[in-house]
Design a protein around this ligand. Structure first.
Ligand code: FE2
Length: 276
């Protein structure tokens, strides 16, 4: 309850010109709060939390427009056209990735929540282990893919990086170049399917590079993803086949550091509140 109270304080403190940053943080906060309150598997509770966290600003031009509407998770539109990231990321892969794979996680998440609600009504949690796995898998898949679309932009940042983000990377990794090298190396070395994640860890207030297996394994609870790179084969195999390294190198050229910087600023605000 303390965490929830602090989150409410934090929500109240956020100003109105940071809609995208606010929505992004709320996704992570709602997920963490769902776990920490011990009600992870109560579907209605999670939907309520997420609705509280995200619903108010749906319809605004934020990074999370179209992620959750009318009580259901929804497939958000891409922030650019299918061919906007050519030639690093070809249109056919982008279309299948977004329209089929991401859509599948959205469908799986809603279906799992419905099954959890039925189980709760019936008082029958015989399938809770399977449903819990499905919830984490599809929920993390939905959130990470939403972040992924915004983690790239046509032309990338053109070699530029916002000063505040660069300073944070310098402090946590020695230099921004070292941070990018670690991000690329860790992403290439993900075992099996998963993600490379640049994240803000609010306890120490530092940035970390994490590997994520599948969509949900090997995380640190409470971190806020700033930039993510998908290294599931469906993300790159049509063009790059088994050459994951070339895909990651090209992702780095598309990296949207402005997006990462916005999320870092919001994460710092949230962390300051949580540490009070
Ligand atoms: Fe993917």
């Amino acid at each position: 309850m303390l965490i929830r109270h602090r989150r409410m304080k934090w929500e109240a403190s956020m100003n109105n010109d940071s809609l995208s940053r606010r929505n992004v943080l709320k996704i992570g906060a709602a997920s963490v709060i769902g776990v920490m309150t011990g009600k992870l598997y109560a579907a209605e509770q999670i939907k309520k939390e997420m609705n509280m966290a995200m619903g108010k600003n749906i319809g605004s031009m934020s990074a999370f427009t179209g992620v959750f509407e009318n009580g259901q998770y929804t497939l958000p539109p891409l922030p650019y056209g299918y061919d906007a990231l050519e030639p690093m990321y070809e249109a056919q892969t982008l279309k299948i990735h977004h329209d089929k794979h991401h859509a599948g996680y959205v469908k799986g998440l809603n279906s799992t929540l419905s099954k959890l609600a039925d189980a709760s009504k019936a008082g029958d949690f015989a399938a809770i282990k399977c449903l819990s796995i499905d919830l984490a898998f599809n929920g993390s898949g939905h959130i990470l893919h939403t972040l992924f679309w915004h983690s790239m932009k046509p032309g990338g940042n053109g070699g530029q990086m916002p000063a505040e983000l660069k300073a944070a990377l310098d402090e946590s990794f020695g230099s921004a170049d070292s941070a990018q090298a670690q991000f690329a190396a860790a992403t290439k070395a993900v075992e099996g399917s998963g993600w490379g994640v640049l994240a803000f860890e609010p306890v120490a207030g530092k940035l970390l590079v994490l590997q994520c297996e599948k969509h949900q394994n090997l995380t640190i609870w409470g971190v806020v993803p700033l930039l993510v790179c998908d290294v599931w084969e469906h993300a790159y195999y049509l063009k790059y086949q088994n050459n994951r390294g070339e895909w990651v190198d090209n992702f780095m050229k598309l990296a949207n550091w402005d997006f990462a910087a916005q999320r870092l600023a919001a994460a710092k605000t949230c962390a300051a509140e949580l540490r009070k």
